[in-house]
Unconditional design. Structure first.
Length: 443
């Protein structure tokens, strides 16, 4: 693909994602999209590394024959940094296939991706590189689910026209569960984050990445800063390395706090030109971040400091919202906002109060196998599982729930009391007030 066309497609994709983000702030979600969080008090950011672990040496080999992931772990250790590694299982089952042209999206395969490279599937993934998987968890890094076979969740006609993809949510879930079991067996770690291959979200049978991640107990791991290192080479390895460092330096010079709360995307593998500028750029990026006083951590550690994108630590409901989130309550919107001043609706109140297990699987409601019990909450409604739970527990009765209607303070207090809390007077009908009232239900 020529570079100008590649840049145009990236701009179009950014515009599309911006529109989706705006729409994602409408409904609460079990699975939230984590791009960045409200800036913590200290300068701290997270890094993520996709498509490993990889035992192939960097290209060019700047690691003395050591594998790429081992080299990256060494660099991170020297910088006292931790990260999130979006690991795969194995792409060895993604044949028959043919390799595509160098410098294109299809260099790793026309029908499927193959990591570490085409015909070298035994050099990457948690199955073949279990020692690297164990090492990264032992050193304080975090594995996240990037799909066992790294197969697209659905079609992408703009870029990946010839790529095969999953057809159903059940297929997608089976692949995710296969990797989850492998990682847990090898490391004892249960993953809590996931990133879909190439950010393709829509599954052909009508479900999305958010639906399958909710079922698995994951949040959707996105990113707010592209560290580079995956695009086609500009023709010079040194220039490619500079292209990964220069934007970060310019960003920090303009605003030293620009990366507080950010999630930085990186590549734990070869780029489209079968090179690894990340191997040389990462030490320089980490040194630059250290120069500005940044600490680099895993995404889960970043979220422990600041779980939402818009809720500062000094907000009166921060402790309540954070505690509810840690307990597995679904209190944030899909775009990871909390929106504390927004009126809480009756549907949202049910969603915030329900245990996660009651909300994680929409499929019985969408298929019609289960009903909500309310005439105005059809099975396809985002709050259908919460409405059914509220009906079954007796929190709301009657033929209609009116899920979009703002809840009255007395209704918020009534739900909290029914769940064992004594919130006292509820100040108003805001989501802040609802979080404070429901906080007591965790005791």
């Amino acid at each position: 693909m020529n570079i100008p066309l590649f840049g145009l497609l990236r701009r179009i994709n950014r515009f599309r994602k911006a529109r989706l983000r705006a729409r994602a702030g409408r409904y609460l979600s079990v699975c939230r999209r984590i791009e960045r969080v409200y800036p913590p008090a200290e300068r701290v950011c997270a890094m993520t590394f996709d498509d490993g672990p990889s035992a192939l040496p960097p290209a060019p080999d700047v690691a003395g024959g050591r594998g790429l992931t081992a080299h990256l772990l060494d660099v991170l250790a020297r910088a006292r940094a931790t990260a999130t590694f979006d690991v795969i299982g194995s792409t060895a089952d993604n044949y028959p296939d043919t390799a595509g042209e160098l410098h294109t999206h299809f260099v790793f395969g026309r029908a499927y991706d193959h990591y570490a490279c085409f015909d070298q599937d035994d050099k990457a993934g948690a199955l073949a590189c279990a020692d690297l998987l164990r090492r990264l968890t032992e050193e304080g890094h975090e594995p996240a689910n990037h799909g066992y076979r790294h197969v697209l969740f659905g079609p992408n006609r703009t870029v990946y026209r010839s790529r095969r993809f999953f057809r159903t949510a059940d297929e997608t879930l089976a692949d995710l569960a296969r990797l989850h079991a492998l990682v847990e067996r090898e490391t004892g770690v249960g993953m809590t984050l996931a990133r879909p291959p190439h950010y393709v979200d829509r599954i052909p049978d009508g479900y999305t990445a958010y639906d399958v991640y909710a079922f698995m107990g994951y949040h959707y791991l996105a990113a707010s800063v592209d560290g580079g290192g995956w695009q086609p080479s500009r023709g010079s390895y040194e220039d490619d390395v500079d292209d990964m460092v220069t934007p970060l330096r310019a960003l920090l010079r303009q605003d030293p706090d620009a990366l507080r709360g950010a999630v930085i995307f990186q590549k734990d593998g070869y780029n489209m030109s079968c090179q690894t500028p990340i191997a040389s750029a990462l030490p320089r990026q980490l040194a630059l971040l250290a120069e500005y006083g940044y600490r680099v951590v895993s995404v889960s550690r970043l979220m422990a400091l600041s779980p939402f994108a818009d809720l500062p630590p000094d907000d009166p409901c921060f402790a309540a919202a954070a505690a509810l989130d840690r307990a597995g309550r679904a209190v944030g919107y899909k775009n990871n906002t909390f929106q504390p001043n927004r009126p809480v609706t009756r549907g949202e109140l049910c969603f915030m109060a329900a245990p996660r297990a009651a909300l994680s699987d929409r499929r019985p409601f969408v298929s019609g196998a289960r009903a909500t019990g309310f005439s105005d909450v059809p099975g396809a409604h985002p709050y259908a599982p919460a409405a059914a739970w509220a009906r079954e527990t007796g929190l709301f009765t009657g033929p209609r729930l009116a899920p979009e209607t703002p809840a009255a303070p007395d209704e918020i207090r009534g739900v909290a009391r029914a769940l064992g809390a004594d919130p006292g007077a509820v100040a108003d009908g805001s989501r802040r007030a609802a979080a404070l009232a429901l906080w007591g239900t965790l005791v």
